[in-house]
Design a binder for this molecule. Sequence first.
Ligand SMILES: [Zn+2]
Length: 396
Amino acid sequence: MDPNTKIKPEIGPEAAKSPASSQLEPGGHSDSAVNNNPWLAILRQSWLRWFGFFMLLAILVAVVVLAKPAVSSWLSASTGNKAAAQTPSASEEAGQSLPQVSRANLNPYLSRLITSGSTEPADFRADVITYTVQSGDFLFAIADKFKIKPETILWSNYDVLKDNPEIIVPGQVLNILPVDGLYYQWQAGDRLDTVASTYGVTPEDIILWPGNYLSPTIDIQNPGIPPGMWLVVPGGHREFKAWEPQIVRSTSGTSWTFGGPGACNGVYSGSAGTGSWFLPTASNWIVGNNYSAYHHGIDLYLTLGEPVHAADRGVIVYAGWNTWGYGNLIVIDHGNGWQTVYGHLSRIDVGCGYTVQRGGQIGLGGSTGNSTGPHLHFEMIYNGVRVDPHGYYSLR
Ligand SMILES: [Zn+2]
């Protein structure tokens, strides 16, 4: 196409210019500041080039607008299934191609048409693939790698992950869906309409997903899908099932504690927290999972064996091993409705009922429990409800 060949010579000299101009700097850094004219000339020149570039861009857009009917009809022909799956009104008339074409022609989102037209044939994938968890992997990183949401990974690997990003360990084999949504194993007696509505989609969303290999004329109420077969539910979503360690209310009335082997029995007293929060790690860098609907804490960067500090003054109500993936775990009750949680520690320096001061060392950082690398899993709980630490710390 000639728009391409027009742009390239424009960009070429511009790109060639910047290395040349930066070469001036090491030679005469003080001189160039005095001699202004060449810089002004370069600036003016590059401004003109940018102006020209944007004019060309405008012409290109105009060309595409004129060519829109042709582009959209080509698109609806090549991705007819997908368009139908995304628009319920079109999918109600599954099997008829004409309504889909007219729908596509009405689509006002020109830029979206262009991007999907240019990228979809290249990286489109219909089938589910698997990925083996590597050392150092986190849910967010894996999701990023495959350009899907972290939720999608949890919703397609319940058998392995139980909705708990804390139990991702190297060697696990995860299903990676080709699209955001969930992976559903067909049960005897299921109907497509009830399965679809359970996960917030239409039956056509499931039927028309190419990787499901279902007939477009399948009987929705009695589809004859063999029990045990896995189906991609594009756009499907559900609530997360509770995976968190049980919070047990102690008899003191203000103290809550985690159930598990390291749980402290008895009622402890001590000074209440100051209400001012101390960062438990040296770094404020979130290295793993961030706070979310399925990860009610933050994974803070630390090095193995680095001291971990109490976020505020309080009393230890959990100190020991935890079977829910946290490894060596400490929970501090701050006596003012707040508790803080410290997971994956390599060493615990406190015991049940100990009073700790704000900023005091409570243990060493580690990678115990289900963890793919050293980090501190840190949670803040207020009256039994997990709270986003971003509201109390400056994190990056
Ligand atoms: Zn975590």
